[in-house]
Ligand binder design. Structure first.
Ligand code: B16
Ligand code: MG
Length: 217
C-alpha cells in the first residue's frame, strides 16, 4: 500500500516564489517603503489577502477597503505579467523525475496550494492532468498555517491525514502540514524550515529511493 503525496506549488513545483516577491516589493516601493527577503519568508504560503495585510502593517500604512481591493488586483496583474511566459521548462529541477516516478507507479498525488492562480500555472507547466486532485486558494476558507487545504487534499486522495506526505517550501505550509498530522518534507533552508520532518535544499537532492521508502506503507 502507498501513502498519498501533496505538493505545494509556489517554491516547490515551480519557482514562482521570486515573482510573488518582486510583485509585492514593487507594490511596497510604490507606497514608499521596501520589504526584505527575510520578511518575504513570512509571506510564503500566505494567502494574497493576508500577505497584503502584513505588508501594509510593515509599512505602517492603512488604506481604504477600495484601495485594498485595487492593490490586490494590481499586485496580481503584475504577478501574472511576470509569469506569462511560463512553460514546462519552468518546472524546478528534479520535480519532473519525481512526478514521473509517482505516475509510473500509480501513486496518487494532489496539489495543496494557497494560490488562486494554481490551475492555469499547472496547465502552462503541462502537468495539470497528472494530479489525482487539485486543491488551491479557490477551494479553502482558511489560509495556511490552517490545515484546511491539506485536509481537503487528503479527502480527495481518499487517504487518512497521517498517510499523507506534504512537500512545502514555507514556514506557514510546514505548520499547516503538522497541524494536519501529516508527514512534512521541507524544500529549502534548514534554518527556515527546521520544523519539517525532513528537509532538502531542492528536488535534485532527493533520491528516488527516498521517495520509494517514504510512500510505501
Ligand atoms: P495568489 P503556495 C502561495 O502559494 C504563495 O507562496 C504566496 O506567496 C502567495 O501569496 C499565495 O500562494 C497566494 O497566491 O496571489 O496566486 O493567489 O506556495 O501555497 O503554492
Ligand atoms: Mg510555497
Amino acid at each position: 500500500d502507498y501513502r498519498g503525496i501533496i505538493f505545494d506549488l509556489d517554491g516547490v513545483i515551480v519557482d514562482t516564489a521570486k515573482f510573488h516577491f518582486l510583485a509585492w516589493r514593487k507594490l511596497a516601493n510604490d507606497l514608499g517603503f521596501d520589504i526584505s527577503l527575510d520578511q518575504n519568508e513570512q509571506l510564503k504560503g500566505v494567502s494574497r489577502v493576508h500577505s497584503l495585510e502584513q505588508i501594509l502593517q510593515w509599512g505602517g500604512k492603512t488604506v481604504s477597503e477600495a484601495d485594498f481591493e485595487r492593490l490586490m488586483v494590481s499586485k496580481n496583474e503584475d504577478y501574472l505579467a511576470r509569469i506569462s511566459h511560463m512553460s514546462e521548462d519552468d518546472l524546478l529541477p528534479g520535480v519532473k523525475e519525481v512526478l514521473d516516478f509517482l505516475t509510473e507507479n500509480d501513486i496518487p498525488f494532489s496539489l495543496g496550494s494557497a494560490s488562486k492562480n494554481a490551475r492555469p500555472i499547472l496547465k502552462s507547466l503541462k502537468i495539470y492532468d497528472r494530479f489525482t486532485a487539485i486543491v488551491d486558494g479557490n477551494d479553502v476558507q482558511k489560509a495556511k498555517p490552517d490545515p484546511e487545504v491539506f485536509l481537503i487534499a487528503s479527502e480527495k486522495l481518499q487517504m487518512k491525514p497521517s498517510d499523507c506526505i506534504v512537500f512545502e517550501d514555507s514556514v506557514a505550509g510546514v505548520q499547516a502540514a503538522k497541524r494536519a498530522n501529516m508527514i512534512s518534507i521541507g524544500i529549502g533552508e534548514e534554518e527556515v524550515l527546521g520544523e519539517a520532518d525532513h528537509i532538502f535544499p531542492d528536488f535534485t537532492q532527493i533520491q528516488i529511493e527516498f521517495i520509494k521508502k517514504i510512500v510505501t506503507k
